[in-house]
Design a protein around this ligand. Structure first.
Ligand SMILES: [Zn+2]
Length: 522
């Protein structure tokens, strides 16, 4: 109650009630009488975020209700966001940040799989009124709105909204217009990009340079770029926090505003910045995940959601470090290597202040359904690591040591540099290498096919193997084990259509594939 009253304004109901009821799935936030499954009220804090979630609906949902089912993110996205606010109040900002990072990672990887497509948080179809887009992505949008407005405007706006719109209902557009009116900031561009259109936005500091000097003031130009993940239009009126670092470790914070794919802004400082870091507190839930911290000698740290780890052999005291994992394709400029193509899905930005640090960096590669499957297709692939000091210049191969098998592992760099890193692979044709196992040697049949109920898979490959089913766009559907050359699969909740079926061996190597047609109805 203390947390929510401080963030959202006074509790407006005559009492608080929680009623334990004999059901096992979640809870319902009836005003003053929250019904919650008995198993969640077990005397521990295991379900504290669920208990907090339901209470927060006494603001988002009960006090101001979403106008239509299509606006459900105004209830549920905000209630999920409130789970993290509650944790921030109790355990500090680090707990909030960890929650947001974990949620963002799962939204980028899973929400479109669970909901069947990339949807905007507003205007969702009725089949996913209570889906992950509404709940989990909705929470990321609330977080980004907080970043966009800053805490002072954001929380005073929420309190005013709760007071002004109490016991009424609001659409997403009305909420937008309320914020515009309250803050004086035109919210049309933000809502178009983050609320009314699907997909994700990625930002990068492309480069920075001193371009002039007046007395002891240096004119510093910063160039930004924007990349998109399953999104068609670039976001406009972006306002992003930048941190300008002096070589002595001090810094100045500022903001850059730009629209479209590229933009720049110039600043005057009385020092030459040695580094510019973007959004060091990750106030935006874009298509990137970042970690920032000070380095210490002998640190051995894994930044799991940046798919990166490092070991610090030598560092200047209080050296600041930032790693950003981008879930968008790296840009390419200038000459690339013949026969080499870069990852179409991700790359990293590494920033640290000062260049004399001795850091071993480890970059994760992983051939899974949505990750490096575009570049790691078989065991003959020749994975390489590329580097460039900034945007706008060609990528160059760097020396690395590969630790792991062909499916998953780390690429280790002995002397990490500030700049961008990405994965690439040579075309099999270019290298003259092919999959060592002939696909024709393995038979793979399906019966019945087409089918409106079950499918049975048969192969002459007698070792334990895996059958993976995907839709025609390559989206993951299901995965089952196949033993002694036979397996049965019963689709659940599957749309009529054609599906791809891939047979993998135990090392995740493709040994055969085929197609099936499902004629059941959904
Ligand atoms: Zn809820």
């Amino acid at each position: 109650m203390t947390a929510f009253e401080s963030y959202l304004g006074p509790y407006r109901w005559e009492r608080i009630g929680y009623v334990g009821v004999p059901f096992s799935a979640g809870a319902m936030e009836h005003a003053t009488s929250i019904h919650i499954g008995n198993s969640y009220l077990n005397g521990t804090l295991d379900y504290e975020t669920l208990i907090a979630h339901e209470l927060s609906h006494h603001w988002f949902g009960n006090l101001v209700t979403c106008r239509t089912a299509e606006d459900m993110w105004l209830n549920e996205g905000w209630a999920v966001f409130c789970e993290s606010l509650y944790q921030e109040h109790l355990y500090g900002r680090t707990a909030y940040d960890m929650n947001m990072r974990t949620n963002l990672n799962q939204v980028i990887f899973n929400t479109h799989v669970q909901d069947g497509a990339y949807y905007a948080v507003a205007g969702v179809p009725h089949s996913i009124t209570y889906g992950s887009t509404v709940y989990d992505k909705g929470a990321t949008v609330a977080h980004s709105l907080r970043g966009y407005l800053g805490d002072i405007i954001f929380f005073s706006m929420i309190k005013s909204y709760m007071q002004t719109k109490a016991y009424g209902n609001q659409s997403s557009a009305e909420f937008r217009d309320f914020i515009t009116q309250f803050s004086g900031i035109n919210m049309n561009d933000f809502f178009d990009a983050w609320v009314f259109s699907p997909g994700f936005i990625d930002f990068t500091v492309d480069s920075f340079a001193v371009v002039g000097q007046v007395g002891n003031q240096y004119l510093v130009r910063v160039d930004m770029r924007q990349s998109l993940l399953h999104k068609t239009n670039y976001a406009n009126s972006n306002r992003l926090p930048l941190r300008f670092w002096n070589t002595n470790g001090s810094f100045v914070d500022s903001v850059i505003e730009f629209s479209g794919a590229k933009g720049f802004q110039s600043y005057y400082f009385n020092f030459v910045p040695s580094q510019v870091t973007l959004d060091p507190a990750q106030t935006y839930a874009g298509a990137f995940i970042q970690y920032s911290e000070y380095m210490h000698v002998n640190d051995n740290k894994t930044f799991d959601l940046a798919y990166y780890k490092h070991k610090i052999n030598q560092a200047i005291d209080s050296t600041y470090f930032q790693i950003i994992h981008h879930f968008t394709a790296p840009t390419t400029e200038g000459i690339t290597y013949a026969g080499l193509h870069l990852s179409s899905k991700r790359y990293w930005t590494v920033n640290y202040v000062g260049q004399t640090n001795d850091v071993e960096g480890y970059f994760r590669y992983w051939r899974t359904a949505q990750w490096d499957s575009d570049i790691i297709t078989n065991s003959a692939d020749s994975l390489v690591l590329l580097y460039r000091p900034k945007g706008g210049v060609p990528w160059q191969k760097v020396n690395f040591e590969k630790q792991g098998n062909w499916v998953v592992g780390w690429l280790k760099v002995n002397h990490l540099l500030s700049g961008e890193y990405c994965l690439g692979v040579y075309d099999a044709d270019y290298l003259g290498t092919t999959n060592s196992r002939s696909e024709q040697a393995v038979s793979f049949h399906v019966f019945p096919n087409p089918s409106d109920t079950d499918f049975a898979f048969f192969t002459n490959y007698q070792q334990p193997a895996i059958v993976e089913i995907r839709d025609i766009n390559g989206r993951w559907v299901d995965r089952i084990k196949i033993n002694n050359g036979q397996a049965k699969w019963k689709p659940t909740d599957l749309k009529t259509g054609t599906y791809l079926v891939v047979l993998y061996d135990e090392n995740e190597q493709i040994i055969a594939n085929t197609k099936i047609i499902y004629e059941g109805k959904k």
